[in-house]
Write a protein that binds this ligand. Structure first.
Ligand SMILES: [Zn+2]
Length: 303
């Protein structure tokens, strides 16, 4: 009698456009983890024509499963997502199954706001997998911007990949706006995720002068800390708040003192801190600030 032994374990996920594989997620997956599994399902279908069902069991019996995200099966296969870097992921084959699991956090899967968007390590892993093994690319938002070569087969040899984003803050700001259709906004947000945009850290990029150097607190005693406009220190600048005079040494010292005190507060730990001016113009025209520049900007209606 002769026994054939596989020297490596090839996984035939799709053969001739057909598949008996399924996608496994935890019984109650995080929204962003489920979204990653759905994207994997979508693009395997687009590429090969095979629709793999998504099942919320979190366990595997035997082979032919793509396990997506943290769950009992992933942990049994030795994947501990808590040990991964923020938004990092693992792609590996084990015992006839494929695992794609990353570090995710709770929150709305459709949010791309740096303050509350979930971290999406699993989705990063799914995108990396689709790029590497199905040669898919997302050049522009929407179907017309994606490249999905058609193929009949998806066969894998052993895989063991681990990676994470080297840049903690990977956001493309203002690439959608409320005037766009909801469908288009959804396409843009998905495009961001597929290209591994993300927010491994919270970074405050707000107009911090308005919040941390308030005219209400300091103007009366120190008008010289605030913007001079048309020869006068401006006492009021509408809802936007007063602009600073950025050349007054005592004012700058005060601002530095406030920032040093504010920076360690909840939400700002270990983060960069924005020194951004307020919206609206009315910047300082005092001699030291470069009166000529602002005057001419205003003359050209650019202020
Ligand atoms: Zn000034």
């Amino acid at each position: 009698m002769f026994l054939a032994v596989n020297v490596y374990s090839a996984l035939d996920i799709v053969k001739d456009g057909k598949s008996d594989w399924r996608i496994i997620v935890a019984p109650q997956p995080l929204p962003v983890t489920l979204r990653a599994a759905e994207d994997l399902q979508l693009y395997i279908k687009k590429s090969t024509g095979a629709l793999l069902p998504v099942e919320k069991t979190g366990i595997v019996t035997g082979g032919n499963n793509i396990v997506v995200g943290d769950c009992e099966a992933a942990r049994k296969a030795g994947i501990n997502v808590t040990e991964l870097k923020p938004e990092g992921f693992v792609i590996k084959t084990d015992d006839g199954n494929l695992y794609i699991a990353g570090k995710d956090t709770k929150g709305d899967a459709n949010s791309d706001h740096w303050r509350n968007a979930p971290q999406s390590g699993t989705w990063n892993g799914v995108s990396a997998f689709l790029e590497k093994y199905l040669d898919i690319r997302w050049f522009f938002p929407g179907e017309s911007g994606e490249y999905v070569p058609e193929r009949k087969n998806l066969t894998l040899n052993d895989i063991n990949i681990s990676d994470y984003p080297k840049m903690e803050y990977r956001r493309m700001a203002y690439i959608w706006w409320d005037g766009m259709s909801p469908a288009r906004i959804a396409e843009v947000k998905a495009w961001e995720r597929r290209n591994k945009n993300g927010w491994s850290t919270v970074w405050s990029g707000s107009h911090t002068w308005r919040e941390n150097f308030r005219g209400e607190d300091y103007f009366k005693a120190h008008p010289e800390w605030f913007a001079e406009v048309n020869g006068q220190r401006l006492a009021y600048n509408g809802e936007y708040g007063l602009q600073m005079c950025t050349t007054n040494p005592q004012g700058l010292d005060k601002f530095a003192e406030i920032i040093i005190k504010t920076a360690p507060s909840p939400g700002y730990e270990g983060c960069m801190f924005s020194l951004s001016p307020n919206d609206s113009g009315n910047f300082c025209e005092c001699k030291a600030a470069g009166r000529w520049m602002w005057k001419n900007c205003r003359a050209a209606n650019l202020s």
